[in-house]
Write a protein that binds this ligand. Sequence first.
Ligand SMILES: [Fe+2]
Ligand SMILES: [Fe+2]
Length: 196
Amino acid sequence: MQHADTTVTPLVRDAAEGRLPDWVQAKPKRREHMARVANLMRQWAMELGLGDDETARWAAAGYLHDALRDADPDELRPMVPPGFRELPGKLLHGPAAAERLDGDADGELLDAVRCHTLGCPRFRALGRALYLADFLEPGRTFSPEWTESLRRRMPRDMDAVLREVVEARIGHVVRSGGTAHPETKAFHAQVQAEAR
Ligand SMILES: [Fe+2]
Ligand SMILES: [Fe+2]
């Protein structure tokens, strides 16, 4: 089973403390965002009573998710698996970072990074939390009152918060038959089904 081994690797241990690999391509403002996402992830993991290793993996996911966000999309496109190669340039950084991290992080963490913008039906708590932390971190200026109210409900109300965020981010695209990635459509369907 892909997710069985969640051993904290040396890279993940370092990333949890904000020490990032030298191949990271992220500008200073981006690194601040990554740190805010990591802080939310750490806070939520602790509030959920997860252990030290699990908390380190959650914080590391926050620090690593945008590791290649400021790389040239033309450089990232050949790195990603065929199923992601047609994505718009801005969305290649998740799958590319997961490829770069393969071998240095566990499968659940890789899935979380790979699909942090698309969503993914394989997400467990870590992937869902990263998807939410990326959107809800307090540096975002989008709809601050709404996002603050959602942050206040985290992490105890994670599944309901996720439904609201997924609906706001991708519900209209999927319903209108727009060009959502298959992972995104499957994620939306999964989250909707949980509401019934
Ligand atoms: Fe991102
Ligand atoms: Fe991000």
